[in-house]
Ligand binder design. Structure first.
Ligand SMILES: [Fe+2]
Ligand SMILES: [Fe+2]
Length: 172
């Protein structure tokens, strides 16, 4: 049986992943309206991934005899200042998620809850990847700028990234 405090923390994490999914959806929509098709595909992919994260925790909680709560989801920002700002917001949010995962992992460690620790260990690796990914894109944006040819090139690269991810998932 899951400890009540851990169950609650995991429900908060479920809500956080759902919110992230929604945020990425808003970003995808913004990109699509600006004609940035590749970036839109990238953010749609991110939105799917966050929903998978949510489901991974959701299923675990019930499997571990807890009670997974379907979350209330706040509407995220729908407008963004610039292309650059999308990735700054994304990176900041991923950092918040990392902190939250770390906090719950600490709780699980203190409670000798090895199963939850095992689940969260997967998220520790995932967060490292996600933060790195956003940071790399931001670094590139700083190099080439977020207008004109640079933006066009980066959009093409993000399209490729989205396709690669999809192919990876189909291969799994
Ligand atoms: Fe996530
Ligand atoms: Fe994420």
């Amino acid at each position: 049986m899951l400890k009540k405090s851990i169950n609650e923390a995991l429900n908060e994490q479920i809500a956080m992943e759902a919110y992230a999914s929604n945020y990425y959806l808003a970003m995808a929509s913004w990109c699509e309206r600006k004609g940035l098709e590749g970036s839109a595909q990238f953010f749609y992919g991110q939105a799917d991934e966050e929903r998978e994260h949510m489901m991974k925790i959701f299923r675990y909680v019930n499997e571990a005899d807890g009670h997974a709560h379907a979350p209330a989801i706040n509407q995220p920002d729908l407008e963004f200042e610039s292309f650059n700002s999308l990735f700054e917001i994304a990176l900041n949010h991923e950092k918040k998620v990392t902190k939250s995962i770390d906090r719950i992992l600490k709780l699980a460690t203190e409670a000798n809850d090895f199963r939850t620790q095992n689940l969260l260990q997967w998220f520790v690796d995932e967060q490292l990847e996600e933060e790195n990914q956003m940071q790399t894109i931001l670094d590139k944006l700083n190099l080439i700028g977020d207008s004109g040819v640079g933006l066009y090139m980066l959009d093409a690269e993000l399209s490729k990234k989205a396709e690669e991810k999809e192919a990876e998932e189909e291969g799994e």
